[in-house]
Design a protein around this ligand. Structure first.
Ligand SMILES: *[C@@H]1O[C@H](CO)[C@@H](O)[C@H](O)[C@H]1NC(C)=O
Ligand SMILES: *[C@@H]1O[C@H](CO)[C@@H](O)[C@H](O)[C@H]1NC(C)=O
Ligand SMILES: *[C@@H]1O[C@H](CO)[C@@H](O)[C@H](O)[C@H]1NC(C)=O
Ligand SMILES: *[C@@H]1O[C@H](CO)[C@@H](O)[C@H](O)[C@H]1NC(C)=O
Ligand SMILES: *[C@@H]1O[C@H](CO)[C@@H](O)[C@H](O)[C@H]1NC(C)=O
Ligand SMILES: *[C@@H]1O[C@H](CO)[C@@H](O)[C@H](O)[C@H]1NC(C)=O
Ligand SMILES: *[C@@H]1O[C@H](CO)[C@@H](O)[C@H](O)[C@H]1NC(C)=O
Ligand SMILES: *[C@@H]1O[C@H](CO)[C@@H](O)[C@H](O)[C@H]1NC(C)=O
Length: 331
């Protein structure tokens, strides 16, 4: 008797709950994940045709811990879905508690390392790691490209990026060799999320980037309409050559106190150097400044001695990372 009552009760509940799922949509740049946490790997989904099947709790996005499972078998945060005239936690079944599930691997930055919201170069960065920082990597994108002519993924001939525990991507070229890399799973499709929209408080953009940028949309073709980057533009680490007879690579980024500024290396004309970031020393008077570039040997070369130089590319000039921004020392 008691048993029968239970069965009936469950049947009644199920009929209240929308069995077929609830359609939804999003305007936000967002991702659908293998589990309901920000660090979970992404799964392919159709963001233009979303049907929600059950709800669960996961990473709190701003003020919202509800994540919804879609018919594509992945989880999207409620925060990025269009407002629903109802309550998913009432109208949908509970998916059950979903545990977190991602790979992790230790790595270390070798150079100053920008960490972007996406596995390609953006003006905005989430973190700016110093060199010699211990990182926890959670996945790898070995070979992401959106379109054939989109070269923003590549730095120094490689398109490999790793996601850190801060949910942003660092480029292979800025790290020491990552051992046991095969143990990392693929990050999946990486449209990115609107990192800034997901912050509880507005992040002061001045500390993050010199200029703002358009936010890429979910639609991959939108990537193509972002300002085009030539091979001389925002590409750090970048390689250039010495354009003068020779160039002193000094211990400090200053033209002052030459006796106290050791010459660590002397580069010859035509010699190739790799540059991590730049800094400016201002002199007296208007427009009196010297740009210094930090090489991968950790000494400073004056920009005017390089060919091509930094300021030959307007975009690079505007958006190059000042060495001073690299302050993050934790993954
Ligand atoms: C949306 O996806 C469902 C299956 O998940 C499919 O049956 C339906 O035709 C799709 N609708 C559109 C407009 O593509
Ligand atoms: C990278 O992508 C290109 C083009 O899609 C493909 O030809 C190549 O095999 C891929 N390389 C790896 C290592 O996956
Ligand atoms: C992407 O956007 C372009 C231009 O807005 C549009 O023509 C195209 O159909 C869209 N593609 C998808 C898959 O939504
Ligand atoms: C930078 O490196 C690439 C690939 O190694 C090379 O093709 C290019 O000529 C180099 N550029 C400079 C300015 O050295
Ligand atoms: C390079 O350093 C040497 C001292 O080691 C100095 O005599 C020389 O003037 C410097 N050259 C330039 C171009 O700064
Ligand atoms: C330059 O030298 C002066 C005098 O020796 C010293 O006070 C100053 O701190 C030095 N500046 C730098 C950047 O080393
Ligand atoms: C730039 O400033 C330095 C001092 O920092 C000064 O020695 C130099 O003469 C100035 N150059 C010009 C062109 O004003
Ligand atoms: C170099 O000298 C100029 C002018 O004396 C001064 O403004 C600037 O702060 C000095 N730079 C450093 C690194 O000491």
């Amino acid at each position: 008797m008691h048993l029968r009552y239970q069965v009936l009760f469950v049947a009644l509940l199920t009929s209240i709950v929308t069995a077929a799922g609830i359609p939804s949509s999003t305007d936000a740049l967002t991702e659908c994940k293998a589990c309901p946490y920000s660090l979970c790997r992404n799964k392919p989904w159709n963001a233009n045709n979303i049907t929600l099947t059950c709800w669960t709790a996961g990473t709190k996005i701003v003020d919202d811990t509800t994540w919804l499972k879609t018919e594509d078998n992945c989880y999207v945060t409620q925060y990025d879905l269009k407002e629903y005239d109802g309550d998913y936690t009432v109208d949908l079944l509970y998916c059950g508690a979903i545990s977190s599930d991602w790979t992790s691997l230790h790595a270390k930055t070798k150079y100053m390392s920008e960490c972007f919201n996406t596995p390609y170069v953006l003006r905005k960065r989430v973190k700016a790691y110093k060199n010699e920082v211990d990182l926890t990597l959670t996945c790898v994108t070995r070979n992401t490209t959106v379109t054939d002519d989109d070269d923003r993924f590549e730095i120094m001939g490689s398109a490999k990026w790793y996601k850190t525990s801060s949910n942003c991507y660092v480029h292979e070229a800025t790290l020491y060799h990552v051992e046991y890399e095969d143990e990392l799973e693929d990050c999946g499709p990486t449209p990115g999320v609107d990192y800034y929209a997901h912050q509880p408080d507005p992040v002061t953009s001045s500390s993050l980037a010199p200029t703002a940028t358009a936010t890429p949309g979910l639609n991959a073709t939108i990537f193509g309409t972002l300002d085009k980057r030539s091979d001389l533009t925002r590409r750090w680490i970048y390689n250039t050559t010495i354009g003068e007879e020779y160039a002193n690579c000094t211990e400090k980024a200053t033209i002052n106190n030459s006796t106290e500024n050791a010459v660590e290396q002397v580069f010859e004309f035509g010699q190739s150097i790799d540059v991590q970031c730049g800094t400016v020393e201002y002199g007296e008077g208007r427009d009196n400044y010297t740009i210094f570039l930090l090489t991968t040997d950790f000494c400073w070369v004056q920009d005017w001695m390089t060919d091509p130089n930094l300021i030959e590319a307007p975009l690079r000039q505007q958006a190059y990372p000042h060495c001073e921004v690299f302050t993050d020392t934790e993954s």
